[in-house]
Design a protein around this ligand. Structure first.
Ligand SMILES: NC(=O)c1ccc[n+]([C@@H]2O[C@H](COP(=O)([O-])OP(=O)(O)OC[C@H]3O[C@@H](n4cnc5c(N)ncnc54)[C@H](O)[C@@H]3O)[C@@H](O)[C@H]2O)c1
Length: 353
């Protein structure tokens, strides 16, 4: 595949690792990265080592989505700050900006794909960011790693506009949804009818809440006592005490994960036949349980069976989100270069019996 230039919106827990993982593939050149504070752009390719070293200890994880550096400077906390500069601006390649996302849109002509590693505290935030790319005349790939089912519909509503603009939008392309949704779609190929998809994940994050604030806070919103609004309002101390109450190990059942709607829109099964749950351990890198996808169905010759897919316990959350996100990003660029525009989920990029 020819060279692919890409940008990362959000250099938090996921975005920084996406930049790092991309260094292991020759065809991927990161040319832009931003957080709420500023933007780094270099069409010769960002110096990822410098950017990661400079932002280590300066990661912005403020519980906010909109607003550039002015808003960020006014706010307290949210930055694990050990130097003078906040977030990505700690890198010598970055400049402070009042509207970092607009900086990337303004340079969109030279960017094949944009990975939205942004938080999802407001369900319409990622669709609104997509609107800005539409307004800015961007024609390329947009890809997100969002989790919530309801956001997929919001993106679908924009499908015609993406097609007219020449945008290929890949949604829900992290681990779950993402890698595991694709695995379920592949496992379904043995069956003429799929009756159940059961996704059970295990994540060990020894780096804990401090380095994974967006991911952990959004997961807390899946506990029965919370939703995205109440979880958004929790202070960092309250999140820490929820973690303490669970001794660092939190179990989730019946999560609103977009694997269900993404499998339905790909024609694999009904959304209601998909269940997602898992265990998050924020005190150990070891997975508390093996991540497993079970797809049950009937074969053409009348057998009922379950195809099972498991991730190796040694694979980290960062590997399982960012490898697939970049893989799906490249799949999106292939589609975009072939003139295929609109909204695609990870299951649609697999075989479709
Ligand atoms: N699908 C999956 O398997 C999966 C797994 C893990 C995380 N995620 C999702 O990835 C997303 C990111 O998670 P995280 O842990 O990296 O979050 P994070 O809070 O660590 O990082 C978010 C980044 O977005 C930036 N940002 C926020 N608003 C911005 C704005 N207006 N302009 C520019 N930058 C802005 C922040 O500055 C920060 O750098 C979350 O939505 C999370 O749910 C998905």
């Amino acid at each position: 595949m020819d060279e692919v230039t890409f940008a990362v919106l959000g250099t938090g827990g996921i975005g920084r690792r996406a930049l790092e993982v991309s260094q292991h593939k020759d065809s991927l050149t990161p040319v832009a990265a931003c957080d709420r504070h500023g933007t780094a752009i270099d069409f010769d390719g960002l110096d990822v080592d410098e950017l990661l070293a400079a932002t280590e200890g300066n990661i912005d994880n403020e519980v906010a989505s909109d607003g550039g550096s002015a808003a960020a400077v006014d706010s307290e906390g949210g930055v694990k700050q050990h130097g003078e500069d906040r977030g990505v601006v700690a890198s010598e390649q970055a400049r402070a900006s009042d509207d970092p996302i607009q900086d990337v849109i303004d340079h969109g002509d030279g960017i094949d794909a944009v990975l939205l590693a942004l938080p999802n505290y407001e369900h319409d935030f990622i669709p609104r960011v997509a609107d800005r790319f539409l307004e800015g005349g961007y024609a390329g790939v947009l890809i997100d790693v969002l989790k919530r089912s309801r956001v997929i519909d919001m993106l679908d509503e924009r499908g015609d506009e993406f097609e007219d603009a020449g945008i290929t939008f890949i949604c829900g392309a992290g681990a779950t949804p993402g890698l595991l949704t694709g695995a379920a779609a592949l496992a379904a190929q043995s069956f003429v009818e799929v009756t159940d998809v059961d996704i059970w994940w295990g994540v060990g994050l020894k780096s804990g809440y401090e380095d994974n604030r967006g991911t952990v806070r959004e997961d807390v919103a899946h506990l029965p006592e919370y939703d995205i609004e109440t979880a958004r309002d929790l202070s960092d101390a309250e999140i820490e005490s929820i973690i303490d109450e669970h001794d660092g190990v939190i179990e989730f059942e019946d999560m609103e994960h977009a694997d269900d709607v993404l499998l339905e829109r790909a024609g694999v099964c009904d959304a209601e036949d998909v269940t997602v749950g898992g265990i998050l351990d924020v005190r150990s890198d070891e997975k508390p349980t093996t991540t497993t996808v079970r797809v049950t169905g009937q074969t053409f010759d009348g057998e009922t069976a379950t195809n099972t897919f498991q991730l190796g316990d040694e694979t980290s959350m960062e590997a399982n989100v960012n490898g697939p996100a970049l893989g799906y990003l490249k799949a999106g660029v292939r589609r975009n270069r072939a003139g295929e525009y609109g909204v695609f989920g990870p299951a649609e990029l697999m075989p479709g019996f």
